[in-house]
Design a protein around this ligand. Structure first.
Ligand code: GUN
Length: 303
């Protein structure tokens, strides 16, 4: 039997189109309602990966026509100082979204900071109020990476109702909200995790696999059901001696080369889910800016 290679889901190109649509919504909000969506991004310390993410977030916010504020605080910032900044941004009428980049230095409790963010401006969808709204289907921001995964699945796979989705990973950031969104699409959802018995057997049942574990190539090609949609959220840096001494490369949680021989659709790493996360952060900022101003959020930016 000859296997047909999976269709590659090009998240980079989809995210470009999404950002163009977002820019259109921003232009309409400005022209018709005098509202310029504003996003404040806060970073504490000098984690190199976080610095790159935050720079990209600020740049893409401006490119979409939004107001952007970036706060780079020293590693020694106290929890009180960070909470005071969050409080000020909560009350700033030019700011509709607040993102405090994680991880934070040891002296700051991330939970206290998350709880201090106004749910109306919670573009990460981290606060209990936002998580609750997502769970019962009320309008509001949706966790960025899961929203990006859902947009790709809807666009490439189509109707998801009745499909068995297996989400591997149970983090608050990705696994849990992803499962919630897939349930809202009428999927039958299984959440698998590090204590799951017979993970290969569970994944083999999946019409949709979302891998969000953070372990390079943990999902093997022969675990994939023929024709399944495979969404790889993993971003793992591994040694790449073939590129030179000390060089590294990014790989996902899925053994893509093997899985693409079997799957129907698959996201590459890099260039799959990654570019969608920032685009969805911008989408959430348009959503919160709309809701804060008593306007319905654009339908194509929310699930
Ligand atoms: N650090 C890594 N990913 C994220 C994210 O989605 N939001 C925030 N606030 N910090 C992160």
């Amino acid at each position: 039997m000859t296997a047909t290679a999976a269709q590659i889901i090009d998240g980079k190109s989809y995210a470009e189109g999404l950002r163009a649509r977002i820019a259109g919504h921003v232009a309409r909000l400005k022209a018709e309602h005098g509202v310029t969506p504003g996003l404040a991004v806060v970073i504490v310390g000098h984690d190199p990966a976080s610095e790159i993410y935050v720079a990209n977030k600020a740049r893409q916010t401006v490119e979409a026509g939004m107001h952007s504020e970036k706060y780079e605080l020293p590693e020694t910032t106290s929890e009180g100082e960070l909470l005071a900044l969050v409080d000020r941004l909560n009350g700033d009428p030019n700011i509709h979204g607040i993102l405090v980049q994680l991880p934070l230095p040891r002296q700051i409790d991330p939970t206290r900071v998350i709880l201090a963010i106004s749910p109306d401006k919670d573009v990460d969808c981290f606060t209990p109020a936002s998580v609750g709204k997502l769970q019962i289907g009320l309008p509001g921001p949706v966790s960025c990476t899961p929203l990006g995964c859902l947009m790709l699945l809807r666009d490439f796979v189509g109707n998801l109702a009745g499909k068995h989705a297996v989400v591997v990973g149970r983090s608050n950031l990705v696994g849990k909200p992803m499962a919630q969104l897939l349930l809202r699409e009428n999927c039958t959802v299984t959440i698998a995790h590090s204590r799951t018995a017979d993970l290969p057997g569970i994944v083999r049942q999946a019409d949709i696999v979302v891998a969000a574990v953070g372990r390079p190539h943990i999902i093997k090609g022969d675990w994939i059901k023929p024709g399944a949609a495979v969404i790889d959220v993993g971003v793992n840096r591994v040694p790449a001696p073939d590129k030179g001494k000390g060089k590294t490369r990014l790989v996902g949680d899925v053994d893509t080369q093997a899985a693409r021989e079997v799957a129907g659709w698959i996201t590459p790493v890099p260039g799959g889910v990654g570019p969608m996360t920032i685009a969805c952060l911008l989408a959430n900022t348009v959503t919160t800016a709309s809701l804060i101003n008593g306007l319905p959020p654009p339908r194509d930016l929310t699930p």
